[in-house]
Design a protein around this ligand. Structure first.
Ligand code: MN
Ligand code: MN
Length: 419
């Protein structure tokens, strides 16, 4: 190395040292500045040519996903999508009704719960069956008759209507049949993300795959008497309307009586757990719905402009179903990562355990949605409640807020902010 080159090399090294020392001492401010610059750039881009879209686009989807196309400037980083509309699901249609599902295959973040949307005509039957997952249901429309057998071998029959729930624990055999005048539609939630409604144990399928001689021996009847049995699964099929509930209950009770387990629940007969002028929350878990030992739920109603306050769930992931209206949710995923997505009736959302989120009604009608958890108990922690139950000086030292501002923050978890 000649003298000239050596000088250059030294000065380059000094420059690098000074540069890295200055960066280290100002690293916090630099990170803040970088973020501020990125936000400023995004705001400018929205006002000039930079944010225009000139290529092809799916206009209805673009319109319905404003917060993805034009994200709030606070969104940042790579957060996997947490939305899947039932409209994308394959609809499996039979004479008597249909089914469609959203599982971990469709929505990879949804590891703990899966959902099924199903319609049955008047008389249409979802075949007698059971499965490894527990099944929680919300009736969305119409009327249905449900049957089950409890673990002590006692039968259960009940009629459910819009707003009612049921829960069949793992392995409990059951059926659903649409009643008059127009059958029913419902949402099922299962406590396994990989659950498939198309891989359940069906009575017809079981008997079609057991040697006929064994079935005859098992039931104590002749093989000839079994000739009329189906050769494969029925899944959903059309049948005649059932008789009266009283008749069915008498037949099921036999000499040992009906099951003491209440597998259904009248959600709308319970007063909301929390209510403000902007909406309410109905919470249902195993403390009031005893049969629902592995699944907890909250049904939230937000009036236009209403906000489900910033909160998180310490004990479980949240699987959501949007029943009515329009809203948006931001999920903060740590390390400056945040994403906002838009939701409307028929969409599924998902939030991983402990990640903070809010839901805001962005439409002009009520936003109604379900929060579902794989847990026997419902738990949430409110950001406001945490702040207001922490020494105010400690909060001021972090957030640089005036004392009066800290005092104005709500003192308890109201769930729905009155706005
Ligand atoms: Mn089932
Ligand atoms: Mn939540």
């Amino acid at each position: 190395m000649d003298e000239e080159s050596a000088k250059k090399d030294l000065s380059r090294r000094r420059f690098l040292e000074i540069g890295s020392a200055a960066l280290a001492s100002a690293s916090v401010i630099s990170a803040e500045n970088a973020q501020a610059q990125a936000q400023e750039s995004a705001v400018k881009a929205e006002k000039d040519q930079s944010a225009t879209i000139r290529g092809p686009q799916n206009a209805p989807l673009t319109a319905a996903n404003h917060d993805s196309v034009v994200p709030p400037i606070t969104d940042h980083g790579n957060v996997p999508p947490f939305k899947y509309p039932f409209s994308y699901s394959h609809r499996r249609t039979h004479e008597g009704g249909w089914a469609r599902q959203v599982t971990i295959q469709d929505l990879p973040v949804s590891t703990t719960l899966a959902g099924v949307n199903m319609r049955l005509t008047a008389g249409g039957i979802r075949e007698l069956h059971w499965h490894t997952a527990a099944e929680w249901a919300l009736m969305l429309y119409g009327n249905a008759r449900i049957t089950a057998l409890d673990a002590d071998g006692k039968g259960f029959v009940s009629d459910v209507k819009q707003g009612d729930l049921w829960n069949f624990p793992s392995g409990i055999p059951h059926s659903i049949q649409g009643l008059g005048p127009d059958g029913c539609e419902f949402l099922l939630v299962f406590d396994e993300g990989g659950f498939s409604e198309y891989d359940t144990i069906l009575i017809s399928d079981l008997l079609a795959h057991t040697p006929r001689s064994v079935v005859a021996k098992n039931f104590g009847v002749s093989e000839a008497e079994l000739d009329s049995m189906p050769k494969g699964e029925l899944f959903i099929f059309q049948a005649d309307l059932p008789g009266s509930l009283e008749e069915d209950r008498r037949a099921v009770a036999g000499s040992i009586g009906l099951s003491p387990v209440q597998f259904d629940f009248r959600l709308m007969e319970q007063p909301p757990a929390k209510k403000t002028k902007s909406g309410d929350v109905r919470i249902v878990d195993s403390t009031i719905f005893k049969a629902s030992t592995t699944i907890a739920a909250a049904l939230v109603t937000l009036h236009p402009g209403g906000l489900r306050e910033i909160h998180w769930h310490p004990n479980a992931d949240e699987w959501q179903y949007y029943v009515a209206g329009k809203g948006r949710m931001t999920v903060f995923a740590a390390a400056a990562r945040a994403r906002t997505m838009d939701f409307e009736a028929g969409d599924v959302g998902y939030v991983q355990k402990t990640l903070p989120h809010y839901i805001e009604n962005t439409g002009d009608t009520d936003l109604i949605f379900l929060e579902m958890f794989k847990s026997g108990s419902y738990q949430d922690i409110s950001l406001s409640e945490w702040i207001s139950h922490t020494p105010p000086e400690l909060i001021a030292a972090h957030l640089h807020l005036a004392k009066a501002t800290i005092e104005a923050i709500p003192k308890k978890n109201v769930a729905v902010m009155p706005v």
